[in-house]
Design a protein around this ligand. Sequence first.
Ligand code: ATP
Ligand code: MG
Ligand code: MG
Ligand code: MG
Length: 576
Amino acid sequence: MRASQYFISTLKEAPADAEVVSQKLMLRAGFIRKVAAGIYSYLPIGLRVIRKVEEIVREEMNRAGALELTMPMVQPSELWAETGRWEKMGEEMLRFKDRHERDFALQPTSEEVVTDIARQELKSYRQLPKNFYQIQTKFRDERRPRFGVMRGREFTMKDAYSFDRNVDAAGRSYDAMYAAYCRIFDRLGLTYRAVAADTGAIGGDRSHEFQVIADTGEDAIVYCPDSDYAANIELAEALPLLGSRAAPMHGLEKTPTPGAATCADVAKLLGLPLATTVKSLVLATDDVDEKGKPAGVTVWLLLVRGDHALNEVKASKVEGLKAGFRFATEAEIHEHFGCKPGYLGPIGMKKPVKVVADRTVANMSDFICGANDEDYHYTGANWGRDLPEPDLVADLRNVIEGDPSPDGKGRLAIQRGIEVGHVFYLGTKYSKAMNATFLDEDGKPKHFEMGCYGIGVTRILGAAIEQNNDARGIIWPDALAPFRIVVCPVGWGKSEAVRSEALKLYEGLLAAGVDAILDDRDERPGVMFADWELIGVPHRVVIGERGLKEGLAEYQGRRDAEATKVAIGDLAGFVA
Ligand code: ATP
Ligand code: MG
Ligand code: MG
Ligand code: MG
């Protein structure tokens, strides 16, 4: 590529609303332009990076035996109704009607459509296993899109879905995807960790998130540097750990009202050694029926150490609780927490929660922060207006860092991460809901055992930049760089010798299959260098008249402090 014919559009300053470094740099380097909240155009140079990610993902998915297809962006409500998710998906799913008044949604994920394909096409066990994947646009109407492409509303995801005969075979499909994900993130050159994640209603231990380590990450990871132990903090395994160190609580004995569950009751029920750490609990639900009435029960425990509210953890959905307990009233909750309603703000919510009280509070935040109906997320900055955003990681560091790890092999450490991938064993949840069966060897119909596997293709760009940048701009890992090397001639317009040598080098690189760009814009060196450093091209060769006289060019890696003089003939070895 020749820069004069390409499109480079760098900015001195990032727009004022850009929050994190990757977002600022992607805007300044001309990779993306914002169209609406969470919705971006990818300019040519940004799209090159997307394509690099996609190619690595595609190669490794194909190598693992997955088959690429593509499913529609626009999906009919009927399929989503079969699994009950037309109702359950909530506001993240963008819905609309066509001209015939039929309901549709933009796909936030594609379990329904792929299961529909499977039930129509996969008739026999002989056709199994199968793993279908797509690299497609997703739309999630995120409550708070932010951090540029890291939490967009429109974004590209690689989503794969496996279909197997039985649980063992599904385990093998899961393991194959886990291994493929490790290869993908290795090849992308990212520092990451695979962490155990919540399996929700499915149960079991087959859910892992791939987290890119970065201080701006929205997730908190508990891990052990000396062993394989690593978990998303949401995973309940961390609860006993918190319990083991937290100080005894005052007021624990205090039961809000006769008949309401005590903290100790709940801890016992959940089999957790929490009795000494739970100051209070809130019985709440995030499930509502079609009339908006709460259904099902979720127990939220408030963990405290001393007077320091640590975190609120969704412990479990315990159906049995319904029988023995009633819900605390709003007034009791206030009373029991022994504080002004605003105090609850910093504890936060991972997702919207309906508090079940005598009167149904529309939303936890209603009584946490007073007036509005928005829902509150732990990591959102959208807290009650006057409450600071809590620092969960700092809290965790105070309380459990250095404790023995659950596997007994070392001590715990805490990190922030960005979820770039997620592998999940689904069991027969969708195949049963949609009656998707195949005929097994014994001639009987069986439900498919399924798994789903996502990678945030566009989020990876942000995550990679969060890990690789300096004051001058982006530092792409080679595998992701829009161009691997830039040839910068000094005096392009003036010197025939510079021109011909630069062209020769550039063409040689292309012939050797190296993704090179030649900066033939005839700009001053300072302008050229600033652009390519901002854009993050990992290798640079400068050709100037003075050096040429001695047969020398200057090579500088993006992380190098200074340039190295290299004989022009030796450049190939330097760059390859
Ligand atoms: P998060 O917890 O960040 O909201 P998620 O758990 O909802 O993500 P999944 O349903 O597991 O996301 O989707 C698979 C992958 O898609 C995620 O691991 C992430 O990399 C990516 N992804 C999810 N939501 C977004 C988004 N709003 N913008 C960009 N990428 C996203
Ligand atoms: Mg999400
Ligand atoms: Mg997640
Ligand atoms: Mg996820």
